[in-house]
Design a protein around this ligand. Sequence first.
Ligand code: ADP
Ligand code: MG
Length: 255
Amino acid sequence: MSEMLKIEHLSVSFEGLKALDDVSLNVSDDEIFGLLGPNGAGKTTFFNAITGFTKPTGGSVYFFGKDVTNLNTTEHCKEGMARTFQNIRVFSQMTVLDNVLVGMHKNLNSNFFQIFLKTASQRAEEKRAVEKAYEILEMLEIKDTANEIAGSLPYGTQRKVEIARALASEPRMLLLDEPTAGMNPQETDDLMYLIDEIRKTGPAIVVIEHNIKFMLGLCDHIAVLNFGKLIAFDTPEKVANNPQVIEAYIGAEEE
Ligand SMILES: Nc1ncnc2c1ncn2[C@@H]1O[C@H](COP(=O)(O)OP(=O)(O)O)[C@@H](O)[C@H]1O
Ligand SMILES: [Mg+2]
């Protein structure tokens, strides 16, 4: 086990609105870490600030000891971060298999010219990439959709395609922004099991969810945000019994 994420006083402001307000926490590389909070609490902003989609207005992000605060999204990917989005982003006109192959490009050695020349080593590399893509699809239980157009698939399956594409880059940390949004209870349970399986194959997982039951069952540690502030950071049991957390949720439900 080693320290994966070290967040120090991270803040993001949008024209005076503190979407993320002085958040500090650590995550180790052997856990499933969850981020909870009512709508608008700053969860997606936290992901964006960590992965280079939004520039923090204050604070620092360290990833395996390296300061990545000011890196761009491509550089974050090279460091080993991969993510999915709250609103699904798949290449909807491409097949499922091609979506996964696109996610793999950072690990392919061949350059642009070699792709046209198709050397023997290029063809071997392509073959390995396709095999690897099928392995990922199999793990996510969507191998049978490999040749289907991603955009034609049910919502829950597209969410899995997006996770497969993120996994294709062989990340050290996989960030999932509301992966069960739009899923029925059965699909949600299945995905919870799969996330646990993914964790066992390698990457640490950081997951955002509203679904408290899902989070309590899945995560090793949970951070709770409310109005951009970190109000709890603890084990699931302690978070579930934290009066401030209960108040934030009940308050949010009454609105
Ligand atoms: N690009 C942006 N410009 C302005 N305000 C934003 C932007 N992104 C998020 N916000 C605001 O920041 C707050 C936190 O949003 P967000 O991180 O999306 O919350 P969550 O993911 O927890 O629902 C909200 O009040 C939201 O309206
Ligand atoms: Mg969000």
